[in-house]
Design a protein around this ligand. Sequence first.
Ligand code: GSH
Length: 224
Amino acid sequence: MATNKEELSLLGVIGSPFVCRVQIALKLKGIEYKFLQENMANKSELLLKYNPVHKKIPVFVHNEKPIAESLIIIEYIDETWNQNPILPSHPYQKALARFWSKFIDDKVVGAAWKAFMTVDEKEREKNTEEVLEALQFLENEIKDKFFGGEEIGLVDIAAVFIAFWVPIFQEIGGLRLFPSDKFPKLYEWSQELINHPVVKEVLPPRDPVFAFFKARYESLVASK
Ligand SMILES: N[C@@H](CCC(=O)N[C@@H](CS)C(=O)NCC(=O)O)C(=O)O
């Protein structure tokens, strides 16, 4: 547990899947922290100071020491606070968890975003195909309730983007990014995840997130 001496803060915005990942990890550990709301249209001095390389959120700050990149932050949290482990202890299982969470960032996040944020039909199709191909690997990978087994682990946290954000992009963009008939196991997993009490508490309310991305999509369509 964080002691009184620890100063913990998280720079982020509500509605970011990467920030949400860190919030899930902190909640699973039962760690209290201060949430510092960032303004992405006018990034704060603090963000530029703490993440001068990427200038992105989330940034987790532990006693004035900043850490960037959601998956790296989660590993740091897991190594710093032992309760409710997020990564497996066995080196091989740990390597697999890292492999699949990186796979989600490399193969799903970018392609899903590109499929959604374009009006070019060819781009949509190409990126949708990439997402479907990647999701098939994940569909084959689920053996238990969660990727982490009976409990939520690193891959589940990384994949919250698939469970919560991808269906929003799918609906707004009229895409077939995450069809439940094609990925029944992944769909069932996604429902378990978003209804898990910890995740449910941390997830942003769907309606404003939906409205935010819809407005972005409509302005993209209008600009073409
Ligand atoms: N790989 C990073 C991605 C973080 C990211 O893309 N954050 C977005 C918000 S959702 C951001 O800060 N964007 C600001 C920018 O690109 O200037 C992570 O996992 O933390």
